[in-house]
Design a protein around this ligand. Sequence first.
Ligand code: G6P
Ligand code: ZN
Length: 614
Amino acid sequence: PPPPPRLGSGGWRVALLVIAAVVPFFFIFFLFAHEEKEGEGKKTGAKKVAVWKEGCYLNNFVQGVLDTFPQEELKGSTIIVSGDGRFYNPPAIQTIIRMAAANGVGRVWVGKGGLMSTPAVSAVLREREGGAAYAGLVLTASHNPGGPDEDFGIKFNTASGSPATEVITDAVYARTLELKSYRTVEGTPDVNLDVVGKTKVAGMDVEVIDPVEEYVALLKTVFDFPTLRALLARPDFSFVFDGMHGVAGAYASRVFVDELGASEESLLRCDPREDFGGSHPDPNLAYASGLVRRMGLDSSAQPLQGAAADAAEPPTLGAAADGDADRNMILGRRFFVTPSDSLAVIAANAAAVPYFARAGGLGGAARSMPTSGALDRVCERQGVPMFETPTGWKFFGNLMDAKEMGHERSYFPFLCGEESFGTGSDHVREKDGLWAVLAWMSVIAHRNKVETTGDGGGTATAPLIGVQEIVEGHWREYGRNFYSRYDYEGVASEGAEAMTDNLRAGPAQPGDDLGSGFELKGIDDFEYTDPIDGSVSKNQGVRVLFTDGSRVVFRLSGTGSVGATVRMYIEKYEPDPSKQGLMTADVLRPLVDIGLKMSRLEEFTGRSSPTVIT
Ligand code: G6P
Ligand code: ZN
C-alpha cells in the first residue's frame, strides 16, 4: 500500500474533539499540519518505525484504509489484523483494533501473539467460516529488517485473499492526503493477544485465533502429507529450515515437526523475534548465510573449500523464508536453486503436487518479466498458457480469478513465481514460502517414488535423487538459463532516474556489436496489458535484448525504504549440456560488463560494485 503523507515533522498538533453523541468512548482526533507532505513519491508501505510512530502517521494510514472501503460493507464486517512479529506490531495492533471499533467494524480476528504470515492471512480470508472476513491488514515490512531503528509497514488484502490492487492503494493514498480526522475509542484496555479466545472492545468482537489452523488445513488439501512424511522418514533424506526469526517459525514447527515428523534440530531461527535477531530477514545467499554455509556453500553459491568443506555432511534439502513467510529460498546439498529455476522445475514436475495433478496438470502459469525464461520452455512443451507480467504478485491475481472476472476461460490450477524468491499457486492469493518448501519435498518424493508403507517409513530402494540431480536433469532436458541479479541499494533517487532515462533514450542501436559476440536486438521499456481487465502498466523495467536471447534488465525496486535501489538482472540461455556446468559468474561476466557500460551505472549512481549479488 502507498504511504500516507509524512505528516508535519515540524511539531504535531492534535486537537481532541469530543463528539457529544458518542461520549464517553468514541473520539475523533483531528489531524493538522497537512501542508507538509513528504515521501509521496514511493508506493510502498515500508517505512522506518520512527515515521510510523511520529504524530498520527499510523492512525492516518489506517483511517485512510478504512475510509476507502464502501462504508456499508465495512460496518459490521470482520477484518483480520496480524503481523510478522516485528517491532511495533503489538502497539499497532491495539491501535488498529480501537480504530476498527470506532469505525463500526463488527469483528476483528487476530492471530495468537499478533502473529500471522502473509499467505496465512490470505488463507484465513478465503477459508475461515467459509470466507467470512472482509479484509486483512498485515503488519510487516516483509524482508526488510525490524527493530526500533528499522522498518515497519502495513499491507492489506481484500476478501478474495489478494493484495489490494493499485486502484485501491491509490485511493487510500489520496484519502490520506485529505483526511482531517480519525476515529478511535478510548478507555478500553489492551486486548491480551497471547490467549486464544473472544473479548469485546467498545462493543466490537475481538477474537484471538490459532494463526495456523486454516492454513495447515489448506496445505493438506494441496499436498499429500503422508507421502511427505514418508520422505522425511527416509534415512537418506535430511532437511533444514531457516525461519530467519520471522513469522515462518510459528508455521514451521507445526508443519515440519508436528505434521511431517522432522526433528526439532532441523529448525533454525524458528522463534519469531521483533528484530529478527538483528539480521535481515530476506532468504537469499547474502542474508541467510548461516543456512547457506550449513548447506555447504559460500555466499556466491560455490561449494565451500578447505576445512569448512569438511564439516558435517549438508542435508538433502535446505530452505528459508522471509519475515512474513511469503518468500522462500531452496537449496540442495552444496547447491543453490535460483528462484527462476525453482519455478520451472516445479512446473515440469507439476504431477508431483496433488493440487495440480488432480486437475490433470497446470491450467496456466506466469512469471514476472525479470524472472528468467526457464518457465517458458516448460510451458511451451506442456502446452500450458504462460504470462509475463510486471514485477509484483498482485499482477497474478487477475489471472488466478480470470473466470470470476468474466474472462472466457479459467487458468486454474495456476502456478506463478518471481526471481525475487517468490513462488506459489492459486491455493491462496499471495506467494507462499512454506508452500514452496512442500512443493520441493513433493518433487523429491515423486522423483524417488516415495510411497507410504503404512508404518510411516519410505521405501528406500535406490540412492536418493537429490535437488542438484533434479535441477541438472532439468537443464539437460530444457536448457539452462544462467541468471544473476545485481542490487545497488540506497543510491540517490536522482541518479537512478537519470540512469534509467539514459537507457530509455537508447544508448546503442539494434545490430550494434557490443563485444564478446553479443549483438543488440533492441532496448525497450516493458509494458503490460492485463489480459483480464485490460489495464495497462507502463515503465516496468528497461530491457536490453540481444539477438541470441540473452538480456540485461534494469529496474528500480519498489520495496526499498531508503533512497533508490537499482536492480540489474542478467540472463543467458545455454542449450548445450556440455556448457551447463560452467560457473554463472563466468558465463555472465561479458553481459554484466556490457550492461554496466551501456547504462553508465557507476557514473550515474557513484557505485562501482553491487550491495548484493543473487
Ligand atoms: C514484493 C512483492 C513481490 C515483488 C517484490 C519486488 O516482495 O510482493 O511480488 O516481486 O516486492 O521487489 P522489488 O524490490 O524488486 O520492487
Ligand atoms: Zn515477504
